[in-house]
Design a protein around this ligand. Structure first.
Ligand SMILES: Nc1ncnc2c1ncn2[C@@H]1O[C@H](COP(=O)(O)OP(=O)(O)O)[C@@H](O)[C@H]1O
Ligand SMILES: [Mg+2]
Length: 331
C-alpha cells in the first residue's frame, strides 16, 4: 500500500495519535494511535473505542476504551480530511486530570487549614476567659452546692474546646524554622516510646523495619514528631488494642526518605477515603476524635515538600510519607 499522504505529509510520520475514518469505520491508524490503544490490527468502528464517540466535527472529552479492557480519559478532535474521510486525533489526558484533581484537593486543604488556624486564634482568648471565670465561680460556691456539677461541666467542655483550638493552631505554623537535620528513625523511636505503655499498644506487636543508614531530612523536628505521632495513634485507635504495627523506613526513589506506618486494623472504608484528610472529618464517636490529625499531617508534609498517601483494605492500612533527603552543599 502506498504511503498515505495528505497535502504532501506522510500520515504515518505524524507523531500524535491519528486515525482516518470512513463514516464510522477506521481505514487508517498511525503508529502512535496503535500504541495508545494497544492495538494489533485496525480497529472496527469508532463506537468500539470511545464511551461517547464524537459525532460532529470539533473537540470532545470522553473515556477511551482499549480492546484489552483498560481505559483512559481522552481529548478527541474530529476534523474533515478529504473526500469522505474524516480524521481523528486523540490525546490521553488521564495524568493531567489526576494532577489537576490533586492540586485542587491540596489547595482546598490549605485554605481550610489557614481558616481553621485563624478561627482557633480568635477562639482561644475568650476560651481562656471562660475557664478562668468558671474556676473562680467554682471556688466561690459553697461545698455541697448543687451548682458545682454544672460548673464542672462548663470547665470540662471548655477544656475540650481548648484542646481542639490548640490542635487547630498547629495548622498555622508555616513560619516555624525548617532548618533542622532530622533523623526519621530517631523520631519514630522517640514517639513510640511516648506511647508504648498506653493501653492501646500494650497488646500490639511492633515490627520495626528501619533502614540503618537512613539519610537525614531537613525540616522541623517537632512538626515531624507530631506527624509520626498522629499516624501511630490513628493506627492504634484503628486496631483497638490488638494487632500488628509495622514501623518502616527506607531510602526510596528520587532521593526521598520513605516512612511507612502500617496497621492490621479494619481499614478505611472506600466511601470515606476521599475525606480523611479534611479538617474535622472523623468517624470516632463521642468526642474522641477531633478529625484534625490527618489534616495536620497533610499540612506538615506539604511544608516539608513531601507527599503523603495511603493504601487501605480490611486488615491492612498503610500510610506512606515521602520526604526529600537532606541536600548537602558539597554534594
Ligand atoms: N489507620 C487507620 N485505619 C483506619 N481508619 C483510619 C486510620 N487513620 C485514619 N483513619 C480514618 O480517618 C479519620 C480521620 O483521622 P484523623 O484526621 O486523624 O482524625 P481523628 O483520629 O481525630 O478521627 C478517622 O476518624 C478514621 O476514620
Ligand atoms: Mg487521629
Amino acid at each position: 500500500m502506498p504511503a498515505l499522504t495528505y497535502k504532501g505529509i506522510v500520515l504515518s510520520k505524524i507523531k500524535d495519535p491519528l486515525a482516518l475514518l470512513k463514516e464510522n469505520r477506521f481505514v487508517f491508524i498511525n503508529e502512535s494511535f496503535r500504541r495508545l490503544f494497544h492495538l494489533e490490527d485496525l480497529p472496527g468502528k469508532i463506537e468500539d473505542l470511545f464511551e461517547k464517540p464524537p459525532q460532529e466535527f470539533g473537540l470532545l472529552e470522553t473515556r477511551a476504551r482499549r480492546p484489552d479492557g483498560s481505559s483512559f480519559e481522552a481529548e478527541v478532535v474530529l476534523l474533515p480530511f478529504n473526500g469522505e474521510l474524516r480524521q481523528l486525533l486523540v490525546r490521553d489526558v488521564s495524568e493531567r486530570r489526576a494532577t489537576e484533581k490533586m492540586w485542587l484537593q491540596a489547595e482546598r486543604l490549605t485554605a481550610m487549614g489557614k481558616l481553621a488556624g485563624e478561627i482557633a486564634h480568635e477562639i482561644n482568648n475568650p476560651l481562656g476567659g471562660i475557664l478562668l471565670y468558671a474556676n473562680l465561680l467554682k471556688e466561690d460556691l459553697p461545698s455541697g452546692s448543687p451548682l458545682l456539677s454544672h460548673v464542672d461541666k462548663i470547665i470540662k467542655l471548655a477544656t475540650r474546646c481548648r484542646i481542639i483550638a490548640k490542635a487547630l493552631l498547629n495548622f498555622g505554623h508555616p513560619e516555624d524554622s525548617l532548618e533542622e537535620w532530622v533523623n526519621i528513625n530517631q523520631v519514630l523511636q522517640d514517639m513510640f516510646s511516648l506511647i508504648e505503655d498506653h493501653r492501646l499498644f500494650r497488646e500490639v506487636e511492633i515490627i520495626w523495619e528501619l533502614e540503618e543508614n537512613l539519610p537525614f531530612v531537613q525540616g522541623n523536628r517537632s512538626q515531624l514528631e507530631q506527624l509520626v505521632l498522629n499516624l501511630i495513634i490513628n493506627a492504634g485507635e484503628a486496631m483497638k488494642g490488638r494487632g500488628r504495627l509495622y514501623l518502616r523506613t527506607r531510602l526510596g526513589h528520587g532521593e526521598m526518605v520513605v516512612l511507612e506506618i502500617e496497621d492490621t486494623g479494619p481499614g478505611i472504608p472506600p466511601e470515606i477515603q476521599e475525606r480523611i484528610f479534611d479538617p474535622f472529618f472523623t468517624t470516632k464517636p463521642g468526642g474522641k476524635g477531633t478529625g484534625l490529625g490527618l489534616a495536620i499531617c497533610h499540612g506538615i508534609v506539604k511544608r516539608h515538600q513531601g507527599t503523603i498517601e495511603f493504601e487501605s483494605q480490611p486488615g491492612k492500612t498503610l500510610f506512606r510519607v515521602k520526604l526529600p533527603k537532606i541536600h548537602l552543599g558539597n554534594e
